[in-house]
Design a protein around this ligand. Structure first.
Ligand SMILES: N[C@@H](CCC(=O)N[C@@H](CS)C(=O)NCC(=O)O)C(=O)O
Length: 217
């Protein structure tokens, strides 16, 4: 095991789910080692994370102390809990805690898991010729999931109220994936101003530019 003061290692990639973890570490000012590799397109990147994550996916992190951790939502929750002073999540006794956990897991399970199908529709037993139809159906389902979430949250300045949390970072990143930000804003009009606020967060301007520019969508 590595000593407990070893910095976090993040296996991630630009324009991927790992960017939410990158963003949280950036806001926290926590030094970390970044190892980039687009696992969905690059077999070398997949093999690099394989010893840590048998699914060969990012986000995969190595925690100070040496333990590997996967699942972007869980990593964000853990990170916020480790730094309560940064107020990046409602605490255990906060009445918003249940809502926070609900939507963190929802974004991962209802939305992110659908993206996994798109690089290779054969993953769900569909021939390559059917790809366009499958991707269209996936995007429709993602749009519907955003609409349901939008209908059940009452955002303030941020999704859970007046303070920016890791849920805002996570939704801002995932709303940049297909079916793309414009569609997100159409189907989730109450969350749209929040993600735009997070896009414009002064502490993240250089970060967004380097790691996940919105231009070109
Ligand atoms: N449940 C995982 C999903 C991770 C995931 O789907 N990662 C994608 C990139 S964003 C990946 O590595 N795909 C490559 C593959 O599955 O082969 C999480 O939320 O971290």
């Amino acid at each position: 095991m590595a000593p407990a003061n070893t910095p976090w290692t993040v296996h991630g990639a630009p324009a991927s789910g790992s960017i939410a973890i990158d963003a949280a570490l950036t806001l926290l000012g926590t030094p970390y080692k970044l190892i980039d590799g687009a696992t969905w397109a690059d077999s070398a990147a997949r093999e690099r994370v394989a010893p840590l994550n048998p699914l060969r996916q990012i986000t995969t992190v190595v925690l100070p102390g040496g333990e590997a951790m996967t699942e972007s939502a869980a990593i964000l929750i853990h990170l916020a809990d480790l730094h309560p002073e940064a107020r990046l999540a409602p605490g255990l006794a906060d009445p918003r805690r249940a809502r926070y956990l609900r939507w963190m897991v929802y974004v991962s399970s209802a939305i992110c898991s659908l993206h996994w199908i798109k690089p290779d529709v054969g993953r769900i037993g569909v021939p390559p010729a059917a790809r366009d139809g499958v991707v269209h159906a996936v995007h429709e389902r993602i749009a519907l999931c955003w609409t349901h979430m939008d209908g059940q949250l009452s955002p303030g300045t941020y999704l859970l109220g007046d303070e920016l949390t890791v849920l805002d970072l996570y939704v801002t990143v995932v709303s940049r994936f297909g079916p793309w930000r414009q569609r997100f804003c159409e189907v989730a009009p109450r969350m749209a101003p929040v993600v735009q606020r997070v896009d414009n967060e002064p502490r993240l301007q250089a970060f967004w530019r380097d790691r996940f520019p919105l231009d070109g969508q």
